[in-house]
Design a protein around this ligand. Sequence first.
Ligand code: GRF
Length: 234
Amino acid sequence: MRTGRIYGTLLPMQKLKLGVLGSGAGSNMQSIVDAIDKGELDAEIRLVLADVPDAKILDRARRHGIPCQYLDCAPWKTKLEGPAEDRCIQLLKDAGCEVVVLAGFMRIVKPKLLAAFPMRVLNIHPALLPAFPGVHSWTQALDYGCKVAGVTVHFVDAGTDSGPIIVQKCVPVLEDDTPETLHARIQVQEHLAFPEALRLLAAGRLSVEGRRVRIAPGGTRSCASETVTSEVAP
Ligand code: GRF
């Protein structure tokens, strides 16, 4: 964990040039695409890479005409390292990506990728970090007996789900929740949180002091229960 170190203010970026890494359904990528299409986010997705050949995120990218491809990460199952990491960095750089979005990417990224995009790798995690890092965090929250759960968007550092927090949003845990219903409620907030974090980055409103991400005035931020309905296809 990095503490007490000032990273500094992140400068405004004209238009975010995004590279997206994913493994699954791609609903978070969809929320970013939708925010761009609605004019709510000044960004373009230059490339989508998936470590699963038939991941739905690739279908979504194709439907939107976004360049995409499968990234073979063998021999490792849980991390992006070695030749696959080199190839990933090269592909992202060749596509002109300046910011890397981990949108349901089920691998640990390593220092080489982080060094290639310093303070420009963002992850979304379906829990109120630092509680419940790792996998199936909504089930962990339910099993623990939490009354509130949520989502975190954070800068990625060398740890697992441990980087400085940009945006968090909360949802209630209901009496009759199952892991599936709780995850679905969290995902509604995910689809708001990622575009929000990227908007703040694009506007140059983020500065990082140690673990703390400060948000300059100019809009709203939230850590509140929300009841909006997601428009992102599941
Ligand atoms: C999300 O719950 C995200 O928080 C987690 O993996 C899931 C990905 O969902 N890291 P999707 O592929 O974006 O639909």
